[in-house]
Design a protein around this ligand. Structure first.
Ligand SMILES: [Fe+2]
Length: 176
């Protein structure tokens, strides 16, 4: 199916892309999904965790903010919830930085937080019905920066994407 061929190519294009210092973007994606599975997340949340930084692929346009591009790329393919959750990972970081005294970020995320406007509680974020899951995703994201940590495989992400796609086709995707 072409959608999944696209996803395979995009995921593999993250190998050797270094946004963080400790892991490349493919390992970051695969570790994020593993942390979500460890937490008992549902398929859509695991998929959003895996693909929240897909916009760092050199195959996607460089212009838009990476959270916005993730949302816009994912929503038509895997549904509104996957797109929203992935797109909310910056708003979730800003929220946690504003409200959790013990919230710690990597040096890279600390730097990007400043560029993204700093710590803040966005009313549009905290009033959204899915925002608790966006906070869960952000915790997976922050934990997925350890060289050699447990990770899922690319094949597992693709199988997950197929399940989400199939559930959506059959009308079982979640409404907001
Ligand atoms: Fe990330």
């Amino acid at each position: 199916m072409p959608e999944h061929t696209d996803l395979t190519v995009l995921l593999r294009s993250l190998r050797g892309v270094w946004d963080e210092v400790a892991v490349d973007e493919l390992d970051h994606a695969l570790q994020s999904a593993a942390r979500a599975l460890d937490d008992g997340a549902d398929d859509e949340l695991v998929l959003a965790a895996a693909l929240h930084d897909i916009a760092h692929s050199p195959l996607l346009p460089a212009g838009p903010a990476h959270d916005v591009l993730a949302r816009d790329w994912l929503t038509p393919r895997y549904g509104e919830r996957v797109g929203w959750l992935a797109g909310a990972h910056v708003a979730a970081k800003r929220y946690l930085a504003a409200t959790c005294a013990d919230y710690r970020l990597s040096a890279t995320s600390e730097h990007s937080l400043r560029l993204q406007g700093g710590a803040a509680v966005d009313p549009a974020f905290v009033n959204h019905p899915w925002w608790p899951d966006a906070l869960r995703l952000r915790r997976y994201d922050d934990a997925a920066k350890q060289p050699g940590a447990a990770a899922v495989s690319v094949a597992e992400v693709l199988a997950l994407a197929r399940r989400v796609h199939t559930a959506r086709e059959s009308g079982r995707g979640r409404a907001p």
